[in-house]
Design a protein around this ligand. Structure first.
Ligand SMILES: C[C@](O)(C(=O)O)[C@H](CC(=O)O)C(=O)O
Length: 289
């Protein structure tokens, strides 16, 4: 199977949807994507019903990843936030995520606790400390094919030029791919690509209603991006459906008015592999002896 590193080195752009559990991983895989993105924000939104402000723990993410790994053979790019502490914590995160099946870890230069890149009032660690964290993670990884995607949150804190300088330092420290978080315009998205495309694979993050204008993957490819994630879109879609579903059930005392927008029992079972699993189980139930 083609490595993620090799896949990022060629076109077309790799489009990775956000997932946060076994069901979303199974549905995204069935839809035909080539890679998945395990979003820390999506885990915080769904498991905690809370914002992406560093509340989720490393082991909660690793446990979630293990469930997803059990449900898909696709490469999984995993949000490692700040590495959950200093360089030594980041090494432990690297090892735990690798064991749980990560194909790439995304690590950012915010101080702990971090917050979503599209929120304000972020704080950063010094660039040299972040470079050390990247080197520490590279030293800790079992496989050189587990990629390190370095993210800088500096645009909203220190300005655009400072963010590019930080990104430069992180490439120098050995990052396998680069994620300059939250460009504020198409011009900034293009300027990031103009500086780095062709030297290191570039990732773009599309957050509906966030700081960066949302573009299609194809348009980002034309700018020079190699990887595009839509991390939280699935939660925004499901949350809207859930809100409407609960309101409808509450109002009508029945699901009938909502039926056209739901899978029924059989339809859901088909998507989660119920017939195949029950069939496979029959081989072990002793009935055939
Ligand atoms: C990419 C991200 O780190 C994530 O957790 O998915 C978030 C996305 C979001 O909050 O929707 C981010 O900080 O941009």
């Amino acid at each position: 199977m083609e490595s993620l590193r090799a896949r990022l080195a060629r076109r077309p752009v790799l489009l990775a949807p956000g997932v946060y559990d076994g069901l979303t991983a199974a549905l995204a895989t069935a839809a035909g994507f080539e890679a998945l993105y395990l979003s820390g924000a999506a885990v915080a939104y769904t498991r905690l019903g809370r914002p992406d402000i560093g509340l989720t723990t490393m082991s909660e993410m690793a446990d979630t990843l293990a469930l997803i790994r059990d449900r898909t053979a696709l490469p999984v790019i995993v949000d490692a936030d700040t590495g959950f502490g200093n360089a030594l914590n980041a090494q432990r995160t690297m090892r735990a995520y690798e064991r749980a099946g990560a194909s790439a870890l995304q690590v950012e230069d915010q101080s702990f606790p971090k917050r979503c890149g599209h929120l304000s009032d972020k704080r950063l660690i010094p660039a040299a400390e972040m470079a050390g964290k990247i080197r520490a993670m590279a030293d800790a990884r079992e496989s050189a094919e587990t990629l390190i995607i370095a993210r800088t949150d500096a645009i909203g804190v220190e300005g655009f030029e400072a963010a590019l300088e930080r990104a430069e330092a992180y490439v120098g420290a050995g990052a396998d791919a680069l994620f300059v978080e939250a460009p504020r315009s198409g011009e900034e998205l293009r300027a990031v690509a103009a500086r780095f495309a062709g030297r290191v694979p570039l990732m773009a993050n599309m957050v509906e209603g966030g700081v960066t204008p949302v573009s299609a993957a194809q348009d980002l490819e034309a700018m020079g991006y190699a990887l595009v994630i839509f991390p939280g879109g699935i939660v925004r879609a499901l949350a809207k459906t859930a809100e409407e579903y609960y309101a409808s059930l509450h109002a009508h005392g029945s699901n009938r008015p909502f039926a056209a927008r739901m899978f029924d029992f059989k339809e859901l079972n088909a998507r989660i592999g119920t017939p195949e699993m029950l069939e496979a189980g029959r081989a072990y139930d002793g009935g055939e002896e």
